[in-house]
Design a protein around this ligand. Structure first.
Ligand code: CUK
Ligand code: CUA
Length: 641
């Protein structure tokens, strides 16, 4: 019961901070108002480009938003797990299969953690991965086209939260499971959870050539909650670390139940060992349904396949592959420093940060210094693996990033601040308030072997008074701090979209030159493409009508279509013949219950229209594309069936 009171106290403190604003800050103002010299650091003049890209997860918007740093300007929203009427993603016939799952069409998710592909532990800027939390999925987005190219569903997972973090050469994108569930899923009493539910950790291999995803194996762990994870790097490459909570295996997580244990675990997983075991024929293939959806840049079309089985691994069958590191107070974030030596577990009900040492962990494993086991998995002694404790003076630590200069930065949700501290000495060097109640933070490359420690972005959960009020619901707020000096300096804040949890940043130099500008019409392999306007036509097959349409400033061909009947299924396949950067055309049909299409130069996109009423119905281009944009229109004549 004491524990329960403690939690209520923490919640009380949250409320206090939320309602009263923040304690003072280094800028001599109670609300973080800036001096003009600080503001200049975030200023990017018109026509100038930002130094960094920041890819922010969209949380319950299901997508990724792209911002510039330090300006905080938003460049794009990349649709991933959610239908997006702006471009027709998830509405066009070509992209609908991207949102297929074993549950059918699921046009939404909750995306938390983007991670950029790496080579030798450094950002290589080829792809960005992100998790779908709710209907467990992992997506791969191209950082050349900025389009979602692949989505793989994860069977046996539930609440795909500790994802999508990648190993140092992008060998795997790894996904956890917040909920343990019956594996395989079956009808059983919920209160028989303990000992019967499992946590499936997924290792999805990434094809080094084209990024292709393959669910290589799932490790079936004890029925805890697997919250966050990070790969080892450098000396700890080959390992993966997951925070856990609810090691009590309570089926109801009222705090009294799930926080009885003073310490939960960080699970240390030697994935190289398990990979070897699997490559030698180890593991058990079990039935499991999951979708694998792939978008092809040349056909501009996605296909969805339902897979039927998955390889599972029982950790007790691979000796020396999995260990538990006791970690206090329901740890949330699980972060590994750039050298791979320190593993930081932030007990979210604590003030102190626990730092484990990889070397100590290996020594304890080699010395077989175990402190019992859980379901056959050895538990190491806390004192044996501990490297140090950061006496932060804050409350509610969540996540840590690194600047590559030997410093770490940790967010504190309850005390609403970012604390800078030194790796190795564990001393606190600086602290700055956030507005308000920060979740994750991001330094470009800050979870790689080579961070670019110039800025840190704090992503806050509560916005309150930061912007003009827009009713009860405010967008979340992010804050940029310059961290190039000894002290962090707040230089800008800006609203974000959805609920960014984590973000991934990368220097513009690494990405901008590779960004694709145009799809070549000559490379268009869409089966319904019209490569020559002379081939534009209407074809009927029973009650299915295919309109092969081409478009270029400022007309559609054909633009007068007759012979359509109520009850027909009319597919408009529209090929954009422009070959200039950034000249899309749109297509919208009256009464269409999907969305408009946005067709980029060289692309073909398809919209299905099912006419309901006889008449002569207009369509038009939705994107202001030329002085004669308002002339881009046409009619479809619909006769009774
Ligand atoms: S979680 Cu959101 S603040 Cu999903 Cu990474 Cu910690
Ligand atoms: Cu094409 Cu407006």
């Amino acid at each position: 019961m004491k524990k329960y009171k403690y939690i209520m106290m923490l919640l009380g403190i949250t409320a206090l901070i939320g309602s009263c604003g923040n304690q003072g800050n280094g800028n001599g103002s109670s609300n973080g108002a800036l001096s003009s010299s600080a503001a200049e650091k975030a200023y990017v003049a018109p026509g100038e480009h930002d130094e960094f890209y920041a890819f922010m997860s969209g949380g319950y918007s299901g997508n990724i938003t792209v911002y510039g740093l330090p300006s905080g300007r938003m460049f794009k929203e990349i649709p991933v797990f959610s239908q997006f009427p702006t471009s027709g993603y998830g509405y066009s016939e070509e992209t609908k299969p991207m949102l297929n799952t074993s549950y059918g069409f699921v046009p939404w998710d909750d995306s938390h953690h983007p991670d950029i592909s790496q080579s030798k532990g450094e950002l290589d800027g080829r792809w960005i991965f992100i998790n779908g939390n709710n209907t467990p999925r992992i997506a791969r987005v191209s950082l050349s086209t900025f389009e979602t190219e692949e989505i793989i569903e994860l069977p046996n997972s539930a609440g795909n939260h500790s994802s999508s973090f990648i190993t140092e050469n992008t060998e795997y994108v790894v996904a956890g499971t917040r909920f343990s569930v019956p594996v395989p899923q079956r009808d059983m009493p919920i209160n028989e959870y303990k000992g019967n539910f499992k946590g499936a950790l997924s290792f999805i291999s990434v094809d080094p050539e084209n990024g292709g995803l393959d669910l290589k194996f799932q490790l079936l762990m004890p029925g805890f909650n697997y919250d966050l994870s990070h790969p080892g790097r450098g000396k700890s490459h080959g390992w993966f670390f997951f925070t856990t909570y609810n090691t009590e295996e309570a089926n109801s997580l009222m705090e009294v139940n799930s926080s009885q244990n003073d310490k939960d675990f960080i699970a240390a997983i030697n994935w190289k060992k398990i990979e070897e075991y699997v490559n030698n024929g180890g593991g058990t293939t079990v039935p499991a349904e999951y979708a694998h959806n792939v978008y092809d840049e040349h056909t501009h079309t996605a296909t969805s396949t339902i897979k039927k089985e998955v390889l599972t691994v029982d950790p007790t069958k691979v000796p020396g592959a999995v260990f538990f590191l006791p970690t206090p107070k329901s740890p949330h974030g699980c972060d590994v420093d750039p050298s791979g030596q320190y593993i930081i577990g932030n007990g979210k009900l604590s003030a102190d940060l626990t730092v484990h040492s990889f070397d100590n962990m290996i020594a304890a494993i080699e010395g077989k210094k175990f402190d019992g086991e859980a379901y056959g998995i050895p538990i190491l002694k806390f004192e044996d693996v501990l490297a140090g404790v950061v006496k932060s003076g804050g409350l509610g630590p969540l996540h840590t990033e690194f600047d590559g200069q030997g410093n770490a930065y940790t967010t504190f949700f309850i005390s609403s601040e970012v604390v800078k501290w030194k790796l190795g000495t564990w001393e606190v060097l600086d602290r700055q308030p956030t507005f308000y109640s920060v979740g994750h933070l991001m330094i470009p490359g800050g979870n790689s072997a080579k961070p670019f420690g110039k800025y840190v972005v704090a992503m806050n959960k509560i916005t309150k008074d930061r912007y003009l009020p827009v009713g009860p619901e405010m967008e979340h707020s992010a804050q940029i701090y310059d961290i190039s000096g000894d002290k962090m300096e707040l230089i800008y804040d800006f609203p974000t979209h959805g609920e960014p949890h984590y973000a991934a940043g990368i220097p513009a130099d690494l990405l901008a030159p590779k960004a694709k500008k145009i799809y070549r019409l000559t490379e268009n392999e869409h089966p319904y493409a019209v490569l020559n306007p002379a081939d534009a036509r209407v074809e009927r097959d029973g009650n299915v009508v295919h309109v092969y349409m081409s478009t270029i400033r400022s007309h559609f061909t054909p633009d007068n279509i007759e012979g359509i009947k109520v009850g027909d299924k009319v597919y408009f396949h529209i090929t954009n013949h422009e070959q200039d950067f950034d000249v899309p055309h749109g297509f919208a049909m009256i009464g269409q219950n999907t969305s408009e299409l946005l067709i980029m130069p060289g692309q073909t996109k398809t919209s299905l229209w099912e006419p309901k009423k006889p008449g002569v119905w207009p369509f038009y281009c939705t994107d202001f594309c030329s002085a004669l944009h308002q002339e881009m229109q046409g009619y479809v004549r619909v006769s009774p069936s």
